[in-house]
Design a protein around this ligand. Structure first.
Ligand code: NAD
Length: 486
C-alpha cells in the first residue's frame, strides 16, 4: 500500500487558493506505527479572519448562482469522491487507524450525502400562506445563513465534516471547515482538492486545520452566522454558551452512552452479534457506540458468554498490513482513559470475561460482566473497545437505567415481540432507537441526532438538513399601494 501525497495540499491550508498557513507545521503520525506520514500546515487566528472575509464576499455570488449550476458542482463532488476512493480510504486507514471496511463504508455514506445534497437546490423551499388583507400574497422562503463554520472530530472525519458542508453549500451558504488535526488530511485537505476540482467557486469553501484555538476563533467571529459542531459534550457546551451569547445558531452533535437492551425473549445469537458490532466497530470510537448492554436476568449469563466468545475472536492490529477487526486507538490519552475505565470498574467488582489487554495504542476487544450503575464502565462514554454488561429484572428497570444517563443519542431493543420492543423503545430518552439491531446506524436520508447531553436537538439528514442550514424569511406582496390612517 502506498500513501500518495500531492503538492497541492502539502504544507498548505485552503482558502480558495492553497496558501501557507500562519500556524505551526506539525508532523502527522500514523497511530498504528508511530511513523510520520506527512507535514501538516495549520491555520492561525489571523487566517480565520481572512477566510471569513473571503467567504462572506464569495457567498453572495454563490447564493445567486442558478440552482442547477450549484447542483452540478455537488454532483461532481460525489463523482470525485468515488473516483478518489482508494486514496481517501488509504489515508483514513493510516491517518486515523480505520479498518478498511469502516473506511469504505464512511466514504460510501459520504458519497450518498453528496448525491442527496446535489438534489437539495432544486427542491421547493417555500410556502404560500393566506392573508386577511385583500390583494396581499404572503410567502415564506428559506434563505442562506451566510458563512457557516463546521467543526469536525477525528473519528469519522470525512462523513462528519461533509454531512454539514454539503447541505450548507447546497443551500447557498459559504463554509469554513475546521477538521481535527488528527484527521486533517483525509477529513479536510483531500476534500478541499475535490471541491476545487468539482468547480466550486473560489472562496466558497475554506479548510483550516487547527486545534481548539482555531475552532474558538471561528465560533467567536461575528461574521460567522452558524456553527455546526460535532464532538464532545464539554466542548459542545462551551460552544453553545458562546453562540448563545452571540445569538448565533449552533447545531451541536455530541457524545453518547448508548444502551442495547436485551429482553428475555430475544434471539441471543443476533443480539450478541449486534452487541459485538456496536461495541467494537472502529475500536468503539463512535458516538453511537453500544456503551451499555442491559440484559434481562434470565438470559444474561448466556448473552454475556456469547458476546465474550465473539470478542475473543477479534483480531487486533495495523489495518494497513492486512485484514484486522480492530485497529489502534487514536492516541495515548484515549488508550489511558480506556485502560483506567476497565481497571477501576474491575476494582469495583466488574468481571473481566475477555480482553483488557493493551499494547501501545492497541486494545483488545473487552467484555465486562456484572457491571453496576456506579461503575465508570456504566456512567462514562468509553470511546474504546469495551462492552459492559449489566443485568436488569423488569422492563421498567431497564428503561430507568437507560434514562439515568445524561446522554440520549442512540439505543437498541432486542425482542422477538415487536409490540413489546416498540413499547420499550417509545419510553427511552434517545434520539434514535433501533429494534433488533445495534446502536451504530446512520442513513443519510433519515434525520439523525440526539437528546439530552447528546446535542441541542438539531438534526442532520433528509428533510432536517433544509431546516438546519437555512433561515426563513416572510415576504408579503400587496398588488397595489395601500393607505394607512396616517
Ligand atoms: P472534541 O470535542 O475534543 O473535538 C471536536 C472538534 O472540536 C475538533 O475539531 C477540535 O479541534 C475542536 N475543538 C476542541 N476544543 C474546541 C474549542 N474550545 N472551541 C472550538 N473547537 C474546539 O471531540 P473529539 O474527542 O475529537 O471527538 C470525540 C467526541 O465526539 C465524543 O464525545 C463523541 O461522542 C463525539 N461525537 C459525536 C458525534 C455525533 O454525531 N453526535 C459524532 C462523532 C463524535
Amino acid at each position: 500500500m502506498t500513501v500518495m501525497t500531492t503538492s497541492r495540499w502539502e504544507g498548505k491550508i485552503f482558502q480558495g487558493n492553497w496558501v501557507q498557513g500562519g500556524g505551526e507545521s506539525i508532523a502527522v503520525h500514523e497511530p498504528a506505527t508511530g511513523k510520520t506520514l506527512a507535514t501538516l500546515a495549520t491555520a492561525s487566528v489571523e487566517d480565520v479572519g481572512t477566510a471569513v472575509a473571503l467567504a462572506r464576499d464569495a457567498q453572495k455570488q454563490w447564493a445567486a448562482t442558478p440552482f442547477d449550476q450549484r447542483a452540478e458542482i455537488l454532483r461532481n463532488v460525489a463523482r470525485l469522491l468515488k473516483e478518489r476512493a482508494a486514496l481517501i480510504n488509504e489515508w483514513n486507514m493510516r491517518e486515523c487507524g480505520s479498518i478498511r471496511p469502516k473506511a469504505e463504508w464512511e466514504l460510501h455514506a459520504t458519497y450518498e450525502q453528496a448525491n442527496m445534497a446535489a438534489a437539495m437546490p432544486m427542491q421547493p423551499f417555500g410556502e404560500i400562506f393566506p392573508s386577511s388583507m385583500p390583494g396581499r400574497t404572503n410567502y415564506w422562503q428559506r434563505v442562506p445563513i451566510g458563512v457557516i463554520g463546521v467543526i469536525a472530530p477525528w473519528n469519522f472525519p470525512i462523513l462528519l465534516g461533509l454531512r454539514s458542508v454539503l447541505p450548507a453549500l447546497a443551500m447557498g451558504n459559504a463554509v469554513i471547515l475546521k477538521p481535527d488535526i488528527q484527521s486533517a488530511i483525509c477529513g479536510g485537505l483531500l476534500l478541499a482538492e475535490i471541491f476545487e476540482d468539482a468547480g466550486l467557486p473560489k472562496g466558497v469553501l475554506h479548510v483550516l486545520p487547527g486545534g481548539p484555538a482555531i475552532g474558538d476563533a471561528l465560533v467567536r467571529h461575528s461574521d460567522v452566522g452558524m456553527i455546526s459542531f460535532t464532538g464532545s459534550t464539554p466542548v459542545g457546551r462551551q460552544i453553545g454558551e458562546t453562540c448563545g451569547r452571540m445569538l448565533k445558531k449552533a447545531a451541536l452533535e455530541l457524545g453518547g452512552n448508548n444502551a442495547l437492551i436485551v429482553l428475555d425473549d430475544a434471539d441471543l445469537d443476533s443480539a450478541s452479534s449486534c452487541g459485538a458490532w456496536g461495541s467494537f466497530l472502529h475500536q468503539g470510537q463512535i458516538c453511537m457506540q453500544t456503551g451499555r448492554h442491559l440484559v434481562q436476568r434470565g438470559v444474561a449469563e448466556r448473552y454475556a458468554s456469547m458476546l465474550a466468545e465473539r470478542a475473543a475472536k477479534l483480531v487486533v492490529g495495523d489495518p494497513a498490513t492486512g485484514p484486522v477487526h480492530l485497529g489502534p486507538l487514536i492516541n495515548e490519552r484515549q488508550a489511558v482513559k480506556v485502560e483506567n475505565i476497565v481497571r477501576q470498574s474491575v476494582s469495583m467488582g466488574a468481571k473481566l470475561l475477555t480482553g483488557g489487554r493493551q499494547k501501545g495504542l492497541f486494545f483488545s476487544a473487552t467484555v465486562l460482566d456484572k457491571v453496576t450503575p456506579e461503575m465508570p464502565a456504566f456512567t462514562e462514554e468509553i470511546f474504546g473497545p469495551v462492552a459492559p454488561v449489566t443485568i436488569f429484572d423488569t422492563e421498567e428497570e431497564a428503561i430507568a437505567l437507560v434514562n439515568s444517563s445524561p446522554y440520549g443519542l442512540a439505543a437498541a431493543v432486542h425482542s422477538r415481540s415487536i409490540p413489546r420492543a416498540i413499547s420499550v423503545a417509545s419510553r427511552l430518552k434517545a434520539g434514535m432507537v433501533h429494534i433488533n439491531d445495534q446502536t451504530v446506524n446512520n442513513e443519510f436520508q433519515v434525520p439523525f441526532g440526539g437528546m439530552g447531553a447528546s446535542g441541542n436537538h438539531g438534526r442532520f439528514g433528509g428533510p432536517a438538513s433544509f431546516e438546519e442550514f437555512t433561515q426563513t424569511q416572510w415576504v408579503s406582496v400587496m398588488n397595489q399601494g395601500i393607505q394607512y390612517p396616517f
